[in-house]
Design a protein around this ligand. Structure first.
Ligand SMILES: Nc1ncnc2c1ncn2[C@@H]1O[C@H](COP(=O)(O)OP(=O)(O)OP(=O)(O)O)[C@@H](O)[C@H]1O
Length: 335
C-alpha cells in the first residue's frame, strides 16, 4: 500500500465515570469518595487506509464505532495508541485537520437551522475560503446530483430528514475534503433517498478519489458501497478485509432453488456434497439445495437437477452480508 492516508495503531479509549451508589446516602458517598469505573470502549484498534478507499466500519451497538470516529475526527483524545489522518494528529492539529475532512452525522446537522439551505451552503464556501467561481460550480453540480433544487430556499428546520441529509452531504463535500467520515448517512430514509445518497457517495469516491469511512447498521449500504469492511466488537477488530472474502469465510455455501413443473416429484440428486437445505422454507413445488462452490461447480448441480426433473425455474442465491454479519455477532455472543 502507498503511504496510508489514515493510519491507526493500537488505538485505545477509556471512559471514566464516577461509580454510582444507590440512594441519598449513596449519592453523598459518590461525591465524597470519588470512585470511578472505567469503560474501555476502544481496545487496541489498528488499521490503515489508502487514499481513495471506501471502507465500511461496522459493529453491533456499543462496539466502539462512534468512539473511534470521534478520535479520527479530532473530537476525542485517545487514552493510548496513535492516529494519523493525512499526516496529522487529529486532536492536536485540529484546525488543519478540519480542512482535510468532511463529517456527516446522520442524527445531527451541521447546517444553520434557521437559514435557507442555499445560504448555509454559501456560508460554508466562505468559511472554508473556497474561490467563489469554484464554489458556484461545485454547488451547481451537487444541487443537480442530490436533487436539492426544489428546497434550496427552504429553511433547514423545515426540511424532511431525507432532504436535510442530502443538504448535509453537499455541505460536507463542498470544500472538497480529502477524507469523508459518514456516520449512519442513510438512517431513517426511504429507499429513493437512500439510493440518491449512495449514488452520490460512490461518485465522490470514484470521481474525486475521496477517501471515505462509512459507519452504518444498514448492510445494504455496505453491499452497495464498500469492497472492504473493518468489523469491530467489544472495541476490537474482528475482521478487516474484503466483503467477498468475509462471505466465503463465514458463509461458504450457495443455494440453488429449483421450481418443479406442476405435479413433478423431487427425486433427489446424486452429486457429492449437495444436499437439501434443511433451513429453507420451500413453497409448494420448490426445493432448495445447498452446496459449497469451492467443491462443486454450480453447472454440475444444475445438470444433475435437469437430468432427473422437469423444471420451470432455477435461481442461485448468494449469501447476503446481513446473514453473515448476524452469524459472526451470534457466534461472539455464544463464546
Ligand atoms: N461518554 C461516554 N462515557 C462513558 N461511556 C461511553 C461514552 N460514550 C460511549 N460509551 C460507551 O463506550 C462503548 C462504545 O460506545 P460507542 O458509542 O463508541 O459505540 P458504537 O459502536 O458507536 O455504538 P452504536 O452502534 O450504538 O452507535 C459503549 O459501551 C458505550 O456505552
Amino acid at each position: 500500500m502507498a503511504a496510508p492516508v489514515i493510519h491507526v495503531e493500537g488505538l485505545v479509549k477509556e471512559y471514566r465515570r464516577p461509580r454510582r451508589v444507590e440512594g441519598l446516602l449513596g449519592g453523598l458517598r459518590t461525591l465524597l469518595t470519588r470512585q470511578y469505573v472505567t469503560k474501555r470502549a476502544v481496545d487496541g484498534v489498528s488499521f490503515a487506509l489508502a487514499e481513495g478507499e471506501l471502507v465500511g466500519y461496522l459493529g453491533p451497538n456499543g462496539a466502539g464505532k462512534s468512539t473511534t470516529i470521534k478520535m479520527l475526527t479530532g473530537i476525542l483524545r485517545p487514552t493510548a495508541g496513535s492516529v494519523r489522518v493525512a499526516g496529522l494528529v487529529p486532536w492536536r492539529e485540529r484546525e488543519r485537520h478540519a480542512r482535510n475532512i468532511g463529517v456527516v452525522f446522520g442524527q445531527r446537522t451541521q447546517l444553520w437551522w434557521d437559514l435557507p439551505l442555499r445560504d448555509s451552503l454559501e456560508l460554508i464556501g466562505r468559511l472554508y475560503g473556497v474561490e467563489p467561481p469554484r464554489h458556484r460550480a461545485t454547488t451547481a453540480r451537487f444541487t443537480e446530483l442530490l436533487g436539492l433544487g426544489p428546497f434550496l430556499d427552504t429553511p433547514v428546520r423545515q426540511l424532511s430528514l431525507g432532504q436535510r441529509m442530502r443538504g448535509d452531504l453537499a455541505a460536507a463535500m463542498l470544500p472538497e475534503p480529502r477524507i469523508l467520515f459518514l456516520d449512519e448517512p442513510t438512517i431513517g430514509l426511504d429507499v429513493v433517498a437512500k439510493e440518491r445518497i449512495r449514488e452520490f457517495i460512490v461518485t465522490r469516491n470514484r470521481e474525486d478519489g475521496t477517501t471515505i469511512v462509512l459507519t452504518t447498521h444498514d448492510l445494504d449500504d455496505v453491499e452497495r458501497l464498500c469492497r472492504r469492511i473493518v468489523l469491530i466488537d467489544g472495541g476490537r477488530v474482528l475482521y478487516d478485509g474484503d466483503v467477498a472474502r468475509l462471505k466465503e469465510r463465514y458463509a461458504p455455501h450457495r443455494r440453488l432453488v429449483v421450481h418443479l413443473a406442476d405435479g413433478a416429484a423431487w427425486r433427489g440428486v446424486e452429486v457429492p456434497g449437495v444436499g437439501r437445505d434443511d433451513g429453507a422454507e420451500d413453497g409448494p413445488g420448490a426445493v432448495t439445495l445447498r452446496f459449497d462452490p469451492a467443491r462443486t461447480q454450480v453447472a454440475e448441480v444444475i445438470a444433475a437437477v435437469l437430468a432427473g426433473h422437469e423444471v420451470t425455474d432455477l435461481s442461485l442465491v448468494e449469501p447476503g452480508l446481513e446473514s453473515v454479519v448476524h452469524r459472526i455477532y451470534a457466534s461472539r455472543e455464544a463464546a
